[in-house]
Write a protein that binds this ligand. Structure first.
Ligand code: PXG
Length: 296
């Protein structure tokens, strides 16, 4: 991710535990369990035209993830949305990115969350780093990682937790292979998702994407693209996909908050379709961009 949408104001103002502070003063304790144990959750959200994109979807996912880990966020959704707008305005972000983080809070050594009296809430509003424009024009190559997706029975991938080590290992593999994204398979060998994006294929004009039970994050962009595609008259199936299906797809693309929608033209050295962004992918990217432009 190289291109920067717009420069961030300096110094950035960070919303932390109820107030804005310059980034040099926005600090957490070394005993915060988010740092010590990855005990917490986060959201990555886009701002288009000064407006929080897919607001309901992102805040619902945040509060559901919090409930799953039995963490009570000390603000209502409405208060947190208002706090987010405070951070967006303070940093003069018209088109950018929000990182919302909720940790178990300051405790002591030892994993027991009972030691943490109050969750830490942080909102960063800043510029976003996007994939290089060239990848949108020509499509990107990706690989399959040898690192499996975390098994849903262990830690449900629907919770966007602060435990990203697995994805980071897969991302390092992608970087070593000279590409920017990697596919992660679940423990049965079915396609789950990429390290920070969901994956779709197009075959005979039908869209396929791994079902949530295959072990992926239920991406807000994924869900929107499914909806927009159906509105365009496409059939969309959620189910189990194998690498065979990916290699032999007519088209493949990724979705995510950062990526929006980006074509994949090579997987593990196999050319996908014609090796250029496909007609359906381009069409859906246009529909998606129209949707974000109408977000006012
Ligand atoms: N899978 C995983 C594992 C993700 O982390 C997605 C799918 C796509 O979900 P959304 O809801 O964004 O459509 C993600 C999202 C970052 C960054 O800075 C990561 C994400 C989103 C935004 C920024 O690394 N991951």
């Amino acid at each position: 991710m190289e291109r920067i949408d717009e420069p961030a104001a300096e110094p950035r103002q960070i919303w932390i535990d109820g107030q804005l502070a310059p980034e040099s003063e926005a600090k957490i304790s070394v005993f915060d369990h988010g740092l010590l144990y990855g005990d917490g959750i986060f959201e990555g959200i886009r701002v288009y035209n000064g407006k929080i994109f897919l607001e309901k979807e992102h805040y619902d996912r945040l509060y559901e993830g919090a409930h799953y880990i039995n963490l009570v966020i000390p603000y209502t959704k409405e208060e947190l949305v208002e706090a987010t707008y405070e951070a967006v305005r303070a940093n003069k972000i018209e088109n950018g990115y929000i990182r919302l983080i909720v940790t178990r809070g300051k405790g002591d050594l030892g994993i027991d969350p009972a030691r943490c009296s109050r969750p830490t809430v942080i909102i960063i509003a800043t510029a976003i780093k996007l994939y290089p424009q060239e990848f949108y024009d020509k499509g990107m190559a990706i690989i399959t990682s040898a690192v499996p997706a975390v098994q849903g029975e262990a830690l449900n991938p629907r919770v966007k937790s602060l435990n990203y080590l697995n994805n980071i290992l897969a991302k390092m593999e992608a970087t070593r292979a000279g590409v920017m994204e990697a596919i992660m398979l679940n423990h049965q060998g079915y396609v789950a998702e990429c390290t920070a994006d969901n994956i779709f294929i197009v075959k005979n004009n039908v869209l396929y994407t791994p079902a949530v039970y295959a072990g992926c994050l239920e991406g807000c962009t994924r869900n929107l693209v499914i909806r927009l595609a159906r509105e365009q008259g496409y059939q969309v199936e959620e189910g189990l996909l194998q690498r065979y299906d990916l290699y032999n797809a007519d088209e493949c693309f990724l979705t995510g908050t950062g990526a929006e929608l980006i074509a994949v033209i090579d997987i593990d050295g196999r050319k996908i379709g014609d090796g250029i962004p496909g007609v359906t992918t381009n069409k859906l990217l246009q529909v998606f961009r129209d949707f974000t432009a109408a977000c006012v």
